[in-house]
Design a protein around this ligand. Structure first.
Ligand code: GLC
Length: 645
């Protein structure tokens, strides 16, 4: 039983929340429920011997933070607790976007809510909109403030009005909390540069290379091409500062308890703007320790849990997404392990599924996909995945080498084949991706590109080749069908729903040209969207198919995530087959990654107790589905959602 469960019991113990409710008494109960965990987590990071006073500061801060939470959000928190886990529902479908690339600014976005409603999207992940350095700023991930809106996007008032509007439409908002680092222009960094010792201790700053060199011996590089090493020398401060990402992103020093208190305050202020899901950016990097790779450390998990347990007391309706694009065995830990199971993040990116889908497209085979997801441990019951094809970042080939070896393949060669396939090194490949952070010494690299360009639409349109175009459309739609049916929140990237191609304009922008991830962050094309109803273009085919899949998902309760996805193993190497199941409904999802047809034999359907009868139908076409020659035929790049009667 996790803490969230206890809070639900408390919230519902007095019936449905009413107007006359005493919110403070619920706060007190929540604090009493979490205090032991908070204390244990806190002292595990900041030993009791030296930090009793600091702990008292934290305990004094919590009620203050609660007091300033707006009343309508306090009310929503209690409603959410009594309603159950909204984020596991089949009704949730998300989209990620850059506000300025979508429709100019926050008000422009608010004007387009009808577009999301038409498509069926009701969960938005908007990329950073707070103030940032004018020059390079990693798309806003170098923050000058955690809550001041950059004027290019509008004002805080605009944001508040957007969140209010979203609430009134029962739509959800996710925003980043860049928890690992600030920009070098953040007020703390500025004071540190001026020589203020207090703020130098907010970061990892060193007068010489001794400790940096010791760290470097075991810390990998995140951006080896553009930001090699993990430290940057600041001339004015005359010190080295830890900068794991870019040189202008300074890592926060959480071994300093003041940093935790300040960041908790920032987190709550962000939540108070009406954010429903806080994306904990780069959270794997939160704790640094000499002699380790300083990623995924147990202390980082304790710290995230500590944030979670405090936030739960203040605003229990707000949940956390783990942005941990790490090995599958590590991702699962962000839901909380052992006695902390279910007490860390509620949501995590299913980066394993994402990377494996790209493997299956390039190889037309599902062996690695099937093998690797089968061994992912089951997540805790109150948690869920974000299922996605790609996001604003690169696509890393983050699956385990051992799984590749187990298939009798050479891991190194297999990875270089995938890079070649997607990054225009093979004549026959239709993919138009770019290499990201390629390291010639190790052969490691990542892939960038929009979904449509990676799946061949750009090549097809350039060559005016209807065959390539058709195949690309099938792949685009099939991948979306998987994220919409797999179990979790499907998160589309804005523009992928209309097959938007790569955007090469970043190459002319000095602040962006070194970062090829900008190729996959295209502007929303409203001219194309205006024509969607009028013609049978590739864009309108994609849009309408995805819209149809979304609406079927929402009408089909078994698509809610209750750890009810069963992966089936069948002998055909090109098929992905999984089942969504509940006591009332069963759906078999079958996808063919090959450009030839394949079939599933009747005896096997019988074995999994999924025999087809006259009433069996494919939910997507709403047509009955039957066996031909004792087998279920599945065409090239075709997929089914078969409802069992
Ligand atoms: C996350 C973001 C990425 C950013 C990095 C540093 O990984 O997704 O875009 O570059 O954090 O903040």
């Amino acid at each position: 039983m996790n803490q969230n469960y206890l809070h639900k019991m408390i919230a519902t113990s007095k019936g449905k929340p009413s107007e006359a409710i005493n919110y403070d008494s619920f706060f007190d109960l929540r604090l009493a429920t979490n205090i032991t965990l908070i204390k244990n987590l806190y002292f595990s990071l900041y030993p009791k011997k030296n930090h009793t006073n600091d702990f008292e500061k934290l305990i004094a801060l919590l009620p203050k933070l609660f007091k300033s939470r707006p009343i309508d959000l306090k009310k929503q928190d209690l409603n959410r607790l009594s309603e159950g886990n909204w984020y596991q529902s089949e009704h949730i479908v998300g989209m990620q976007l850059y506000v300025d690339h979508f429709n100019k600014d926050i008000n422009g976005l608010a004007d387009k809510l009808g577009y999301f409603e038409d498509l069926g999207v009701n969960f938005l992940h908007i990329m950073p909109i707070t103030t940032r350095p004018k020059a390079e700023n990693d798309g806003g991930y170098a923050v000058n403030s955690y809550t001041d809106v950059d004027k290019k996007y509008g004002t805080k008032k605009d944001l508040l009005s957007l969140t209010k509007k979203l609430r009134s439409k029962n739509m959800f908002l996710m925003i980043d909390f860049v928890v690992n680092h600030t920009s070098d222009e953040f007020s703390w960094a500025k004071k540190a540069i001026e020589g203020d010792k207090k703020y130098q201790d907010y970061y990892y700053t060193y007068p010489n290379r001794d400790i940096p060199d010791a760290f470097e011996r075991s810390m990998p590089e995140v951006f080896p091409e553009t930001a090699p090493g993990n430290f940057t020398y600041n001339e004015k401060m005359q010190k080295w500062v830890m900068t794991v990402f870019n040189s202008y992103q300074w890592d926060l020093n959480y071994s300093n308890p003041e940093v935790f208190l300040e960041m908790l305050t920032n987190l709550v202020k962000l939540a108070d703007l009406g954010v429903d899901v806080v994306r904990f950016d780069a959270l794997a990097f939160l704790w640094k320790k000499l002699g380790t790779n300083s990623q995924n450390l147990p202390e980082a998990h304790a710290l995230i849990s500590l944030f979670r347990m405090c936030l739960q007391v203040i605003s229990p309706g707000v949940i956390l997404l783990a942005e941990a694009i790490v090995a599958p065995s590590e991702i699962i830990k962000y839901f909380g392990e052992n006695e902390m199971e279910g007490n860390e993040c509620e949501v995590a990116y299913n980066a394993t599924l994402m990377a494996l889908l790209w493997d299956a497209i390039a190889t037309t085979k599902t062996a690695l996909l099937n093998k690797s997801i089968r061994f992912l441990p089951e997540k805790p019951k109150d948690s869920t995945w974000i299922n996605y094809i790609r996001c604003h970042d690169d696509i890393g080939l983050g699956f385990e080498d051992q799984d590749i070896y187990n298939l009798g393949l050479d891991a190194q060669k297999h990875r270089s084949f995938l890079l070649d396939y997607y990054c225009q090194k093979l004549d026959w490949s239709p993919a138009k991706g770019q290499l990201f952070m390629y390291n010639p010494k190790t052969g490691d690299g990542r892939i960038t590109g929009s979904a449509a360009s990676l799946l061949g639409l750009e090549t097809g349109l350039e060559k005016k080749d209807s065959g390539i175009i058709k195949t690309a459309l099938q792949k685009i739609i099939m991948l979306h069908s998987i994220i919409l049916s797999y179990g979790g929140i499907p998160l589309l990237y804005a523009g992928d729903e209309i097959g938007t191609l790569n955007d090469y304009s970043y190459q002319k922008d000095t602040s962006k040209k070194e970062d090829s991830r900008w190729v996959n962050r295209p502007k929303q094309n409203w001219k194309v969207i205006d024509t969607l109803v009028k013609k049978e273009s590739p864009q309108s085919i994609i849009f309408n198919e995805i819209k149809n899949l979304i609406s079927i998902r929402k009408r089909t309760p078994v698509f809610a995530d209750h750890n009810n996805t069963i992966l089936h193993q069948y002998t055909n190497p090109h098929l992905l087959i999984f089942e969504r199941t509940s006591k009332d409904q069963r759906i078999l999802v079958v996808c063919n990654f090959d450009t030839n047809s394949h079939f599933i034999e009747k005896y096997w359907l019988h074995e999994i107790n999924f025999t087809l009868n006259k009433k069996s139908k494919n939910l997507i076409t709403n047509q009955s589905i039957s066996l031909i020659n004792n087998s279920l035929q599945i065409g090239a790049l075709e997929f089914y959602w078969i409802l069992k009667n």
